[in-house]
Ligand binder design. Sequence first.
Ligand code: CU
Length: 227
Amino acid sequence: MKLSVAITLLASAIAEAHYTFPSIANTPDWQYVRTTVNYQSNGPVTNINSEDIRCYQRNPGTGAPGTYTVAAGSSLSYNAKASISHPGPMAVYIAKVPAGQTAATWDGKGKVWSKIYQDKPTLGGSMTWPSQGARSISVPIPRCLQNGDYLLRAEHIGLHSAGSAGGAQFYISCAQITVTGGSGTYSPKNLVSFPGAYSATDPGIMINIYYPIPKSYTPPGPAVESC
Ligand SMILES: [Cu+2]
């Protein structure tokens, strides 16, 4: 095969390999997850300073049709379509809906997001990423949460072309959940906003993962909260 043909095939394979996060648990796409801009194109957010970095919503101000009830202390699957095909870290953030609003109406603005899930690559030799190729990730819902409505924000960062600022690809969506059975002591140490939590030159965002192969990796954003 000629190199030019191989490069063309590779480029198209990468383009088709984009993805979305359209559902949680065993529920229909976009029923409990707000429809994203990329629901058809599957394309990523690349501007960290845009409002899209929060929930990537197709229709800001319009919630998903439903809000899903989940027990604190259980695990909730957050599903990718078709699969998380790019290398990079997976994170999940949660934000408590303020009084007077619901998960269906709230926009998630402000320093309200805490990190409840983060994976990291295996190092030594090439970097390998636990979520790469996965169709679903299992998110532990903290047992100490207060009961009530939340937005749950899934984020995968494709780092395959992240060697320069703006090269990282953010795949994002927000699910609407109601938490029940929580012990109520959740007190996050770090709350961040989107946009605001990240900068394009964060070491976990602007990084060449191929050469030289990094010996360490620092995910962007705060540490995972614990109960
Ligand atoms: Cu892609």
